[in-house]
Design a protein around this ligand. Sequence first.
Ligand code: AMP
Ligand code: MG
Length: 476
Amino acid sequence: MNLPLHRAPFPASMAVEVDPARFASPHLVALNEALATELGFSPDWLRSPEGVALLSGQTHIKGVPAMAQAYAGHQFGQFVPQLGDGRAHLLGIVTDHAGQVHDMQLKGSGPTPFSRRGDGLAALGPVLREYLVSEAMAALGVPTTRALAAVTTGETVWRDRPQPGAVLTRIASSHLRVGTFQYFAAREDRESLEFLCALAIERHVPSAHDCENPIRALYESVVARQARLIAHWMSLGFVHGVMNTDNMTLSGETIDYGPCAFLDIYRHDKVFSSIDHNGRYAYVNQPRLAGWNLARLAETLLPFFDPDENRALTWAQEALGRFQDLYQEAWLARMRPKLGLTASETQDKALIETLLQIMEKDRMDWTLSFRRLARNDSLVEPTSSEALLDWMMEWQARRDREPVPAERQYALMRQSNPAVIARNHRVAEAITSAENGDFTVFENLLQRLRHPFADDSTYEMPPLPEQIVHATFCGT
Ligand code: AMP
Ligand code: MG
């Protein structure tokens, strides 16, 4: 079989060649056939014993060794000079039909020199969680790494309880993280930083080649991408949960789905992650913390912005200073269509913010409330506040000033307000069934998540009080 997989371009200082672990009985439990085909893999071959061996790291192609990448990172604000792929193996790079290069990586595939005290393994629950949520995000149009496959290993992974072991195959337009740059900056390794910049430009911002200072153009592009990404998350009520600098990409893709979750009832300071004691990565803090991470990235690139330290710093502050404006712009561009608005009025921001305040006070479900607006269902219930009634009138008056007719406004809302998201209780239900050997709940949910903007009276329902998931876990 001629596989479309090639050696990743990293020198030994950036990635260690290391074989994945041997597993007793790898068994394919999920395969993303559409993605496989896009990447030039035959889904039938991936289902074959040789294919499953590849997807569980049991074989590799000659000359294409598996590698663990080095990176550092700020974890909850604390700098750790060495993290790295402690339970992941980069199998190689794949070029899709459109000519775009992607990394193909296994996660949960055994220890590496970066494992520290960890076992290098992943449990089935977190693997399926990343599979479901990343594919849901892709269907929603959010830049994200993708899930190509999930394999159970036949072995037990010891966490708070024994769990089935599993390996996820992840596709990413790269695994260059803010933390990757921090690793080499901390070692004052200018040559490696230059290499990383060149790779990031080649993969993510080829147009930067033509700029006077390509590394400045790269940084500006990362700032803009992250502003758009976080605005997209916010518009969908998505909480990443661990926005450490090692979990932020240069590509602008969402990466490392750990304790992530979508809001049910809207609360601006909602935290799900069981390890986020101070609420650093609460819903409302995400734009600010993205800016914080981008400042850490700027610090690694200062010498390339300008040989003069002061001028480099001034330039970086200006470039980073644009983040909040870009974010505000991107947020309005996401929120206006959610209310059916095509034109811009200065009071729109206040109109949106008032709705959010009411939603919080009235304990309204984020996703379902917006979807009901799109369906012209009344949001007003016996328990609704006077404020909501007032807001509905204000909104109507605003829509009356729209240049497009009401049907166009509703069509826009239906395209901007999903009915089906990866609700926490649904994800939990799919995982529990799978742990008991039944993958049909997972499969059904996955199929529904592929069509988020289609009405679905079952899957759109918020959790019943007893189904609410209050805390999420990294599962590592
Ligand atoms: P994460 O929380 O997934 O962003 O990971 C943070 C760091 O911990 C990374 O360096 C991971 O490679 C490492 N890590 C997480 N889980 C494990 C594990 N089970 N074994 C070894 N390293 C791990
Ligand atoms: Mg991570």
